[in-house]
Design a protein. Structure first.
Length: 209
């Protein structure tokens, strides 16, 4: 199978030195890419800025912004059999970027934001034969919000997790399927979860290639 994986955060720059981002380490996405390669699949990994070595055997593209990640994913999607979207893409970006460094002045500073591309939602619209797997990091009404995201974005599976997974090697999560099934994983390594995700994709695709 040809599997596209996204990983890490994006950075949305306010000026040449400041940016909006999050604490995603990229470990989950890199683990999925490694598990897919180990299972004999052809893997493309599109990663935001993280300090991790390229997984052996995967084709890796490094990006910075949500816009760049969207462009790389859309270019590759038609030829994919599956997408695992682990990246923590920033939902908003400054509506303009200042050249150089903004200097502080008196009083408050107002920052106006605009939406970034919703990559997974667009892939769900374009979906034909592909298996789509997304992640939902939720705090309020986690199950309800994850199930809504699963349906709204036309996903096959969604992995519901919490902010505690950022920067950790361990994850507690639920995998929710479009048919309503739920599997819970309690404090497993991200590497172990990655292999479970690949097994689900293989099953959905009708077996390994």
């Amino acid at each position: 199978m040809r599997i596209l994986v996204t990983a890490g955060p994006t950075r949305e720059y306010l000026d040449d030195v400041r940016f909006l981002s999050n604490a995603s380490s990229g470990v989950m996405g890199f683990s999925v890419a490694e598990a897919a390669v180990q299972s004999g699949h052809e893997v493309s990994l599109v990663s935001g800025p993280v300090i991790l070595p390229d997984p052996h055997g995967a084709g890796v593209v490094r990006v910075i912004s949500a816009e760049e990640m969207a462009r790389e994913c859309f270019q590759r999607f038609t030829d994919c059999d599956a997408v695992v979207m682990t990246a923590a893409v920033c939902d908003y970006r400054p509506n303009k970027q200042t050249t150089g460094k903004l200097k502080k002045g008196p009083g408050s500073f107002k920052l106006e934001l605009e939406r970034t591309p919703d990559i997974l939602e667009e892939l769900g619209r374009r979906k034909a034969k592909q298996i789509l797997v997304g992640f939902a990091l939720e705090v309020q009404e986690p199950r309800r919000n994850a199930e809504n995201k699963l349906a709204r974005k036309n996903l096959d599976y969604i992995i519901l997790n919490t902010p505690e997974t950022f920067g950790s090697e361990i994850i507690t999560c639920e995998i929710i399927g479009s048919e309503g099934t739920v599997r819970r994983f309690e404090k497993v390594t991200k590497q172990s979860l990655a292999h479970e995700i690949i097994k689900l994709i293989e099953k959905g695709h009708g077996g390994t290639s």
